[in-house]
Design a protein around this ligand. Sequence first.
Ligand code: GLP
Length: 242
Amino acid sequence: MQYIVKDDFNGISAAAYDIYADFIKKNSGAILGLATGSTPIGLYKLLIDGYKNKELDFSQISSFNLDEYVGLDPKNENSYNSFMWKHLFDHINIRPENVHIPSGQGENLKNNCREYDRLIASSGGIDLMLLGIGENGHIAFNEPAKSLKANTHVVNLCPDTIEVNSRFFDNSDDVPKQAITMGLSQILKSKRIVLLASGRKKAKAIARLIKEEEISCSFPVSFLRVHTKTTIILDKEAASLL
Ligand code: GLP
């Protein structure tokens, strides 16, 4: 795990863009793992600019998103599906058939999970995984718990995650209580990982991640310590307790 500190949100977005632009140019058929949340939006804007000014071509790129709420229609504006089309896919030349987002709908969510893992495995696995971090140390929706599940699974969201994410909904009662998330196995098998963190609210979790050595299910992001090619990109506020 190495980390770099940039001045602000624009700085971390630009640093992440440099990694992505270089990677996509060298690997035109790359499999990208993608994240939602406010943190990756700056990077996504730059990727759209990169496509528009003909620096980047996404025609052979495939993507797998980390997670999705259970029970939200993909067209619901708060679904991660809608988020990804709005903030990235609608503006680049990625082929819709190459876009993968877990489905939180249907009778048999376990089947959706197995199918998602099968698709990731048959694609050859994720080359470059983008992560954010929850204030409680979650990655994707792998919430702090006594034990964690390795593969894609349904998870009950923690009350504090529901509270934090309620800012996107009319009120906290509207936030789904469950989500489908990739497990630590899919994340840690990624050949390269880039984690972005911005703002003072992330400073505690970042300090714990970088300063401590313990790997614990109660702090899921700590599992990144076993990954050999992870780059953490922080702004000064997120790095303020280091
Ligand atoms: C959600 C997502 C995570 C994301 C986290 C942080 O809970 N499931 O993948 O990393 O929020 O979001 P933000 O970037 O808005 O702080």
